[in-house]
Write a protein that binds this ligand. Sequence first.
Ligand code: SAH
Length: 352
Amino acid sequence: MKITENTQNKTDIASYDYSELKTYMDALGQPGYRTQQLYQWMHQKLAAEFDEMSNLPKALREQLSRQCRLSGISPVRVQVSELDGTAKYLFKLHDGNLIESVLMHYRHGSSVCVSSQAGCRMGCAFCASTLDGCVRSLSPSEMLGQVYNIQKLSGCRVSHVVVMGSGEPLDNYDNLLRFLRMLSDENGLNISMRNITVSTCGIVPKILSLADEKLPITLAVSLHAPNDEIRKTLMPVARKYPLAELLEACRTYLKKTNRRITFEYSLVKGVNDAPSCARELSGLLKGMNCHVNLIPVNPIKERNFRQSGQREVLEFKNMLEKYGINATIRREMGRDIQGACGQLRKSCMDNE
Ligand code: SAH
């Protein structure tokens, strides 16, 4: 049996943003400065227990321990790639669900790839996260906990965060926004929104809502096809939001935020990697302030999609550039540790 939400019936205090925490502390009759102390213990010093919070009175620490849950996630397994040091973390949530996150090392710093849901309900054909559907969305503290645990376990200062793990972040919109604000809070890890990327399969109304927030994050949109016909075979979301609507929403997003959009395009042999696809894609994106990230598809054993050859990938990139579209080929990381979306969680659940 899967038990959902709040098994211990305790307040998820680490999901409170600063002003909510202040309200909570006010109700406990605590003076204002305690909010900052408690917030910093949870989100900057990354305390694992209330008892570590040495400048809080013992009675308050005990009261908080009785009423609140501090960390909703605990590490189960870590796999480190021998090829590039990429580390994949499997975490257990307080209700027993499993999620995964990845730590990647780049020249510009260390980046954590965060999951936003346990599973996913978007159904993309090539993606392992979605094979068993979505169990539930993650709370802000469960998303933050991935970054906090990895920073503590690895000893690396996390400088960048990408919400590109399992799940559709815009299907968990309110918690995502809170996560972004708390991650960049000066009383927390203070990670600049400019160093945060959120990836979506293209939920149009939510892209428009996000545009109104005017956050300096980078929005990445999973395109994976230059027309609706091909896109529908790979991504069920394309049936609900056709490309024309999606790109219109992206243009609105660009206008409102002035932030360049990244389009993700996973290349699948014989499906979307023909030169004609590159030409069609260029036409779609012409004149937009954007960047295309080409990802040779990571084959999963449950589906028989194959990766495009190196030559096709390079040709696709050159063709885009010829038409004036910025493009890069994403360096593959952690291939030896089931680096792709949802693979580790899936194999772990299957073996249980
Ligand atoms: N739901 C969001 C974010 C999660 S996936 C989204 O769809 O964007 C992050 C990116 O990895 C997406 O572009 C997704 O389509 C891609 N992806 C998932 N599985 C993949 C695989 N096996 N090979 C290549 N890319 C994959």
